[in-house]
Design a protein around this ligand. Structure first.
Ligand SMILES: [Zn+2]
Length: 252
């Protein structure tokens, strides 16, 4: 049976001299593992479309046991990401995250577009810390772990003058007027800019969720909150995240 899907190659493994297995992120079937025969050969038709982080239209033949790439046509190239170690490391973390969190052979809602937008923002020079935070928080929401950022969970206040606390464990906001010792678990008083960015990440259409400007202090707070929130939702640590942190000066 032949099927055609648009997707992004999120990992690849070489087997033998020229055999390649690729994991393709698709909306229709989640993660698909496919054999791409000869894709390592310099004259192969599949060389660029089956390279890592290639966004292509794949024509696949499906047998009972596996997919094989029949042909593939590149739609967009993210190859420039490979020229910058920090950008490549962050992309690898995103790839590891979606590979772990996206089920195989189950339809996904706009995951390919979300991943492509994240890579595009990395490639085009947006602050890596902001892209990382936006990816982590929005992806948590896409997986069904959206925090309630609409208003104070107790009184419904949207923006308390004395500030708003974020409670990561219960995934909600409590305004400073309502906050008391009963909320004694983990909590963080948000900079107004941090809350603005978090709301933008959660409530904007996908193409705008990475687009916000933020001062350095608030960006650091946003980064710490979103990373912890995502890792808590995924219940997993990612080696590629540690590698990324090793490449970026702010973590050294
Ligand atoms: Zn309140």
């Amino acid at each position: 049976m032949l099927v055609t899907y648009d997707g992004i190659v999120i990992s690849r493994r070489t087997v033998g001299e020229s055999g390649v297995f690729i994991d393709i992120l698709t909306d229709e079937q989640g993660i698909i593992e496919a054999a791409a025969h000869g894709a390592n050969k310099i004259n192969s038709d599949l060389l660029s479309s089956c390279s890592l982080f290639s966004y292509s239209t794949f024509c696949l033949s499906k047998s009972k046991l596996r997919y094989t790439v029949n042909s593939a046509k590149p739609k967009f190239s993210f190859h420039k990401l490979g020229l910058d170690i920090e950008k490549l490391a962050l992309t690898s973390y995103f790839a590891q995250a979606v590979r772990f969190c996206t089920p195989s052979e189950q339809p996904q809602d706009s995951i390919v577009r979300f991943f492509a937008i994240a890579l595009y923002e990395i490639m085009n020079g947006r602050s890596l810390s902001s892209v990382k935070a936006a990816f982590e928080l929005r992806y948590s929401a896409e997986l069904g772990f959206a925090p309630n950022l609409v208003a104070c969970d107790n009184c419904g206040e949207y923006d308390c003058e004395r500030g708003m606390y974020f409670l990561p464990k219960s995934a909600k906001l409590i305004c400073a007027d309502c906050f008391n010792k009963d909320y004694g678990g983990e909590h963080e008083l948000l900079f107004p800019e941090t809350l603005f960015a978090m709301r933008n990440i959660i409530f904007s259409p996908l193409e705008k969720c990475f687009k916000f400007s933020i001062s350095k202090n608030a960006e650091i707070q946003l980064g710490a909150i979103c990373e912890k929130y995502f890792l808590g939702s995924a219940e997993k640590s990612f080696p590629a995240l540690n590698y990324y942190k090793g490449t970026v000066s702010e973590y050294k």
